[in-house]
Write a protein that binds this ligand. Structure first.
Ligand SMILES: Cc1ncc(COP(=O)(O)O)c(C=O)c1O
Length: 437
């Protein structure tokens, strides 16, 4: 090429959650029965959508208006419905024009990070859902700036660490939270959220909170929304229907902007996202039209409680099986539908392995390891895949220096799920015992 056409942030774009699928596909092609525990798609894992929700969608499918473009910000009646719900909580007051629809939160994250001024950085959690950390790193052309979710504090952040990092890095313009968190399942207390908002107020920052799992909390964890605590600080909340209806294939999510009127720079930033969406005309129409009908239905609250109760049951089951295994730490999630299994420091090494009966599978696993990240949890994940067919995501791929893996709680078949957790418990032990001394 006459000119280098590669974006300075290209190297930051990684998404192991999906990358691993291609590799697992090669193992599957050799006849291994796979357990796909890597992707947060409840439908792929067998969850059934209640008939009353399907009836609403079917009704909309028969309406020609569902096939049209919608206004750039999104369906007016839906934005009105959502804004009224936020204001009714008693915290931030917003109107329909404070809401902007996207084609899923993936789209929202890449635009929100991508349209920040290059030098303006957003500090985010480590481990982090990689869409956020990759998009932020790519926008800046540098590695993400992170604060630690501390496994010794059940994955809660240390507010003083955030404060010090913000204080000594003037490039930081915003603080990102994921609540409930992916991959750790931690849910932030009101105190933690208020503490983050206080730091943002002190240093004149915005707060960005991914709340895609906000209606999936359990184990007594409170679902405190950013809008409940934001006060007069500039903020944006990212919400969607992928996880809670669940309807990930709808590609539908939205951003709520809080306190645009208090800072012209923040208002201009929000406007730039509307302008960017305008170039694309709008986001998907049909799911937006379905939102008030589904969420406004009296059956919706029960639907949410039923789902959260089921995830709580599966989280407890996973922790009961994995908790006693030596060499790892698991904290029972309080929200979302993931579990992070953390290897204790230095327990896994580059000499460990699992027996794989099929030589062809063994060769493919070795090939993956040869080309993989040097992090030892990648090695474990490949051996796990080859030896058992269980597909999980290495923790080090979540912008994290600790080793472990993320597994989902989505398998609906009780027998299969229990067997999968039991297999994991067994092979984690075998893997550690395989160390060549
Ligand atoms: C924390 C978080 N935010 C956003 C998304 C993406 O959601 P969407 O399907 O709306 O793009 C995911 C998907 O797993 C997620 O875990």
């Amino acid at each position: 090429m006459r000119r280098n056409i590669v974006h300075i942030g290209a190297g930051e774009l990684t998404y192991a959650i999906r990358e691993i699928v291609e590799q697992a596909g090669r193992i599957e092609a050799l006849g291994v029965d796979m357990s796909w525990e890597n992707i947060g798609d409840p439908i792929q894992k067998g969850e059934r959508i209640p008939d009353w929700i399907k009836d609403i969608v079917a009704d909309l499918v028969r309406d020609d208006a569902s096939y049209a473009y919608c206004p750039t910000r999104g369906e007016p009646a839906t934005r009105e419905f959502l804004a009224t719900r936020v204001t009714a909580r008693g915290g931030a007051r917003i109107g329909p024009d404070d809401i902007l629809f996207f084609n899923g939160l993936g789209d929202a994250v890449s635009k929100a990070m991508g349209f920040l001024r290059r030098e303006a950085r957003v500090i985010g959690p480590s481990p982090a859902y990689s869409t956020h950390s990759s998009a932020e790193g790519a926008h800046a052309g540098d590695h993400p700036i992170t604060y630690t979710l501390d496994p010794d504090r059940a994955w809660q952040p240390d507010l003083e660490e955030i404060r010090q990092k913000v204080r000594y890095n003037p490039a930081i313009a915003g603080i990102l939270l994921i609540n409930p968190d992916n991959p750790t399942g931690v849910v932030y207390s009101r105190d933690t959220l208020e503490g983050v908002v206080k730091i943002a107020r002190e240093f004149d920052l915005f707060v960005m909170c991914d709340e895609v799992y906000i209606n999936i909390t359990y184990n007594g964890a409170p679902a405190v929304h950013l809008s409940d605590v934001i006060g007069d600080v500039c903020g944006l909340s990212l919400k969607g229907i992928s996880k809670e209806i669940p309807w990930p294939g709808s590609r539908c999510g939205w951003v709520e902007f809080y306190n645009q009127d208090t800072d012209p720079i923040f208002a201009r930033f929000a406007r730039s996202l509307v302008d960017a969406k305008m170039l694309e005309v709008c986001s998907t129409t049909l799911p937006q039209r379905a939102i008030p009908r589904i969420m406004g239905d009296p059956r919706y609250a029960t639907h949410l409680v039923t789902r959260a109760t089921e995830y709580k049951r599966r989280a407890s089951e996973a922790c009961a099986i994995l908790g006693p295994v030596p060499g790892i730490t698991v904290h029972e999630p309080q929200g979302a539908f993931y579990l992070t299994v953390l290897f204790d420091r230095d327990v896994i090494t580059g000499s460990m392995s699992l027996p794989i009966a099929d030589q062809r599978v063994q060769r493919v696993v070795e090939e993956f390891i040869l080309h993989a990240s040097a992090e030892p949890d990648f090695r474990f994940v490949y051996y796990l895949m080859g030896a058992t067919g269980i597909v999980v995501v290495p923790l080090s791929s979540f912008c994290c220096q600790r080793h472990g893996f993320r597994i989902t709680l989505l398998e609906c078949d009780d027998e299969r799920r229990r067997r999968m957790f039991e297999t994991l418990a067994r092979v984690i032990g075998e893997y550690q015992e395989s160390a060549v001394s």
